[in-house]
Design a protein around this ligand. Sequence first.
Ligand code: ATP
Ligand code: SF4
Ligand code: MG
Length: 323
Amino acid sequence: MSLLNINYLNIVYKVKGKKIKAVKDLSLNIESEDSVGIVGESGSGKSTFAMSILSLLPKEITEITGDIIFDGTDLLKIDEERLRQIKWKEIAYVFQKSMNSLSPVHKIGLQMNDIYKIHEANATDKDTKERILELFNLVNLSKGVYNLYPHELSGGMIQRVSIALSLLHYPRLLILDEATTALDVVTQGQILEEIMELEEKLKLTRIMITHDVSVVSLTCKKVAVMYAGYLLESGYVEDVFSLPKHPYTRELLNSYPSLTGERNRLKGIPGSFPDLSVVHRGCIFADRCKDSMDICFVREPKTVEISNDWKVACHLVGGEYNG
Ligand code: ATP
Ligand code: SF4
Ligand code: MG
């Protein structure tokens, strides 16, 4: 069953007279209980896309068109009140710098208590505390954390608190935006395992934004590869990562010598990232693509479904000059 259906999403930032096209004609269908990794170089529009789902982008400088249909409701067309009902309860978002979303002057327990009561106004303090401690247990936090301030916690503990917080209302969709990136490998591994266990238990659907393709390979069913605002390839991890069709996906995977070996950040693909404030012609990756042809510089490739949910936007895929 489709839980989140995104159609022709376009997002433009308007800053200092410039228009930055951060997301371009993005369409993606996410089924209930899917786990989808979103990968791509810095500036590819991963966070912009994810934040648009919960209307977290600064309204004064963004222009959004397209549909974001969550369980039949277009999230781009609902009012603040309906959005408030959905936030935390149906969709929760964990940021990389979760510390920033916690108040430094209030104890963790009190902050979680307040968030719980947004949707459960009649809950007793006792029930609320029980729920919070149950979640602490799920994410391996001791009860003592309830009475601590954010600055008294380590980075790993803060991320665990944020994940517990995001699960307070048993959301159906969990969005993790580089939520474990800053952690050491061991802590990251533990938290990812916990998340996957929770997913089983709670029947969660997860969108996981990361630079780290090995994290996607180990924890996600599906992957979506973004570049400069475009979704270039998407499908099941076992398909896309074993036989990538898009030249950019290949480059991305090549920058990780081994999925199980040393964990590196993206080493870099030769050539430079396009200026998103300039109008492009042809394929967005053409300037850096080893396989580019003349057509690539003049015609934008269409997205072609090659099999079971595996979609690619490249002139080399789907017949000669697919565009
Ligand atoms: P990273 O991996 O570094 O987090 P990302 O893939 O999440 O990158 P975004 O943060 O979504 O990328 O940024 C996409 C583009 O939009 C970039 O060119 C960025 O500079 C631009 N952008 C993002 N936020 C804003 C903003 N608040 N104002 C103007 N431009 C922005
Ligand atoms: Fe490379 Fe052309 Fe495919 Fe773009 S369309 S990725 S330039 S081969
Ligand atoms: Mg980001």
